[in-house]
Design a protein around this ligand. Sequence first.
Ligand SMILES: [Zn+2]
Length: 190
Amino acid sequence: MAKFKFKYGTMGAGKSQELLRTLYNYRTRGDNVIVLCSKLDDRYGVGRVTSRTGDHQEAIAISSMKDIENICSLKDNPVCVLIDEVQFFKKEWLEKLKEFFVIENNIPIIAYGLKTDFQNNLFEGTMACLTLAEEIKEIENICKFCNKKAIMNMRIDESGKKVKEGKQVDIGGNDKYIAVCHYHYLKGKK
Ligand SMILES: [Zn+2]
Protein backbone atom coordinates (compact mmCIF):
# COMPACT_ATOMS: atom_id res chain seq x y z
CA MET A 1 0.00 0.00 0.00
CA ALA A 2 1.19 3.47 -0.80
CA LYS A 3 1.86 5.86 2.07
CA PHE A 4 1.70 9.53 2.85
CA LYS A 5 5.14 10.43 4.17
CA PHE A 6 5.93 13.64 6.00
CA LYS A 7 9.53 14.80 6.28
CA TYR A 8 10.03 17.83 8.45
CA GLY A 9 12.96 19.92 9.52
CA THR A 10 14.07 23.40 10.48
CA MET A 11 15.10 26.14 8.03
CA GLY A 12 18.03 25.05 5.92
CA ALA A 13 17.89 21.40 7.01
CA GLY A 14 17.99 20.28 3.39
CA LYS A 15 14.31 19.51 2.79
CA SER A 16 14.12 20.90 -0.73
CA GLN A 17 17.47 19.31 -1.51
CA GLU A 18 16.11 15.91 -0.52
CA LEU A 19 12.96 16.51 -2.57
CA LEU A 20 15.05 17.33 -5.62
CA ARG A 21 17.22 14.25 -5.12
CA THR A 22 14.12 12.05 -4.85
CA LEU A 23 12.68 13.67 -7.97
CA TYR A 24 15.92 13.07 -9.83
CA ASN A 25 15.90 9.39 -8.86
CA TYR A 26 12.38 8.90 -10.17
CA ARG A 27 13.02 10.81 -13.37
CA THR A 28 16.17 8.89 -14.24
CA ARG A 29 13.97 5.79 -14.24
CA GLY A 30 11.62 7.53 -16.65
CA ASP A 31 8.86 7.88 -14.09
CA ASN A 32 6.46 10.82 -14.07
CA VAL A 33 6.27 12.69 -10.77
CA ILE A 34 3.88 15.49 -9.81
CA VAL A 35 5.71 18.26 -7.93
CA LEU A 36 3.65 20.77 -5.96
CA CYS A 37 4.62 23.92 -4.14
CA SER A 38 2.75 26.79 -2.54
CA LYS A 39 2.01 30.02 -4.36
CA LEU A 40 2.84 31.77 -1.09
CA ASP A 41 6.50 30.98 -1.43
CA ASP A 42 7.75 33.10 -4.30
CA ARG A 43 11.25 33.66 -2.99
CA TYR A 44 12.75 32.06 -6.08
CA GLY A 45 9.91 32.61 -8.53
CA VAL A 46 6.47 31.05 -8.46
CA GLY A 47 6.24 27.39 -9.40
CA ARG A 48 9.72 26.32 -8.53
CA VAL A 49 11.42 24.17 -5.95
CA THR A 50 14.84 25.60 -5.15
CA SER A 51 17.35 24.29 -2.67
CA ARG A 52 19.89 26.52 -0.98
CA THR A 53 22.58 24.86 -3.04
CA GLY A 54 20.97 26.48 -6.08
CA ASP A 55 19.37 23.45 -7.75
CA HIS A 56 15.85 23.98 -8.94
CA GLN A 57 12.97 22.29 -10.74
CA GLU A 58 9.62 23.42 -12.03
CA ALA A 59 6.65 22.76 -9.77
CA ILE A 60 2.92 23.41 -9.86
CA ALA A 61 2.10 26.33 -7.56
CA ILE A 62 -1.06 25.73 -5.53
CA SER A 63 -3.23 28.49 -4.12
CA SER A 64 -6.76 27.06 -3.97
CA MET A 65 -8.91 23.94 -3.73
CA LYS A 66 -9.60 24.38 -7.44
CA ASP A 67 -5.88 23.92 -8.14
CA ILE A 68 -5.93 20.75 -6.03
CA GLU A 69 -8.92 19.37 -7.92
CA ASN A 70 -7.12 19.98 -11.20
CA ILE A 71 -4.11 18.05 -9.92
CA CYS A 72 -6.18 15.03 -8.96
CA SER A 73 -5.95 13.24 -12.27
CA LEU A 74 -4.13 10.19 -13.60
CA LYS A 75 -3.71 11.42 -17.14
CA ASP A 76 0.09 11.63 -17.00
CA ASN A 77 0.44 8.37 -15.12
CA PRO A 78 2.18 9.75 -12.03
CA VAL A 79 4.05 7.31 -9.79
CA CYS A 80 4.50 9.75 -6.91
CA VAL A 81 3.49 13.21 -5.67
CA LEU A 82 6.12 15.42 -4.04
CA ILE A 83 5.15 18.53 -2.05
CA ASP A 84 7.57 21.31 -1.13
CA GLU A 85 6.91 23.76 1.74
CA VAL A 86 3.86 21.77 2.78
CA GLN A 87 3.43 23.91 5.92
CA PHE A 88 1.69 26.47 3.70
CA PHE A 89 -0.92 23.98 2.44
CA LYS A 90 -4.48 23.97 3.76
CA LYS A 91 -5.72 20.94 5.66
CA GLU A 92 -8.50 20.31 3.15
CA TRP A 93 -6.04 20.36 0.24
CA LEU A 94 -3.91 17.68 1.88
CA GLU A 95 -6.93 15.57 2.79
CA LYS A 96 -8.10 15.67 -0.81
CA LEU A 97 -4.65 14.84 -2.18
CA LYS A 98 -4.25 11.91 0.19
CA GLU A 99 -7.69 10.55 -0.53
CA PHE A 100 -7.27 10.69 -4.29
CA PHE A 101 -3.67 9.59 -4.71
CA VAL A 102 -2.83 7.41 -1.73
CA ILE A 103 -6.16 5.86 -0.77
CA GLU A 104 -7.94 5.56 -4.10
CA ASN A 105 -5.02 5.11 -6.50
CA ASN A 106 -2.17 3.71 -4.41
CA ILE A 107 0.22 6.51 -5.38
CA PRO A 108 2.56 7.70 -2.60
CA ILE A 109 2.86 11.31 -1.48
CA ILE A 110 6.02 12.67 0.11
CA ALA A 111 5.55 16.07 1.74
CA TYR A 112 8.42 18.24 2.99
CA GLY A 113 8.02 21.17 5.33
CA LEU A 114 8.74 23.07 8.49
CA LYS A 115 7.39 21.88 11.81
CA THR A 116 6.95 25.22 13.55
CA ASP A 117 6.92 28.95 12.81
CA PHE A 118 9.17 31.59 14.42
CA GLN A 119 6.89 31.74 17.48
CA ASN A 120 7.15 27.97 17.83
CA ASN A 121 3.58 27.23 16.75
CA LEU A 122 2.66 24.48 14.32
CA PHE A 123 1.68 25.53 10.80
CA GLU A 124 -1.73 24.44 9.47
CA GLY A 125 -0.17 22.25 6.79
CA THR A 126 2.16 20.67 9.31
CA MET A 127 -0.68 19.85 11.66
CA ALA A 128 -2.54 18.21 8.80
CA CYS A 129 0.52 16.19 7.83
CA LEU A 130 0.99 14.95 11.39
CA THR A 131 -2.54 13.59 11.38
CA LEU A 132 -2.51 12.21 7.82
CA ALA A 133 0.95 10.67 7.49
CA GLU A 134 1.64 6.95 7.73
CA GLU A 135 5.30 7.77 8.12
CA ILE A 136 6.99 10.79 9.73
CA LYS A 137 10.69 11.48 9.56
CA GLU A 138 12.83 14.33 10.80
CA ILE A 139 15.54 15.81 8.60
CA GLU A 140 18.00 16.87 11.26
CA ASN A 141 19.90 20.12 11.43
CA ILE A 142 22.48 21.80 13.67
CA CYS A 143 22.02 25.08 15.58
CA LYS A 144 23.39 28.15 13.83
CA PHE A 145 25.30 29.14 17.01
CA CYS A 146 26.42 25.86 18.60
CA ASN A 147 26.71 22.14 17.96
CA LYS A 148 23.38 21.18 19.46
CA LYS A 149 20.50 19.92 17.40
CA ALA A 150 18.36 22.70 15.94
CA ILE A 151 14.67 22.25 16.68
CA MET A 152 13.32 25.79 16.31
CA ASN A 153 13.25 28.55 13.70
CA MET A 154 14.21 32.03 14.77
CA ARG A 155 13.17 35.07 12.75
CA ILE A 156 15.85 37.75 12.77
CA ASP A 157 15.86 41.29 11.46
CA GLU A 158 18.54 42.92 9.32
CA SER A 159 20.78 43.50 12.33
CA GLY A 160 20.52 39.86 13.41
CA LYS A 161 18.18 40.54 16.33
CA LYS A 162 15.42 38.09 17.17
CA VAL A 163 11.95 39.12 15.98
CA LYS A 164 9.22 38.19 18.46
CA GLU A 165 6.04 39.57 16.90
CA GLY A 166 4.60 39.52 13.42
CA LYS A 167 2.66 37.53 10.87
CA GLN A 168 3.25 33.79 10.75
CA VAL A 169 4.18 34.00 7.11
CA ASP A 170 6.33 36.90 6.06
CA ILE A 171 8.09 35.72 2.96
CA GLY A 172 9.64 38.52 1.01
CA GLY A 173 10.09 40.71 4.07
CA ASN A 174 13.55 41.74 5.14
CA ASP A 175 13.49 39.26 7.98
CA LYS A 176 15.38 36.05 7.75
CA TYR A 177 15.07 32.73 9.47
CA ILE A 178 17.71 30.63 11.12
CA ALA A 179 17.61 27.21 12.70
CA VAL A 180 18.57 27.15 16.37
CA CYS A 181 18.60 24.93 19.46
CA HIS A 182 16.18 25.70 22.29
CA TYR A 183 18.88 27.53 24.30
CA HIS A 184 19.73 29.90 21.47
CA TYR A 185 16.05 30.32 20.61
CA LEU A 186 15.58 31.73 24.10
CA LYS A 187 18.87 33.61 24.48
CA GLY A 188 19.77 34.62 20.94
CA LYS A 189 23.40 34.85 19.94
CA LYS A 190 25.78 35.61 22.82
ZN1 LIG B 1 22.51 26.52 19.99
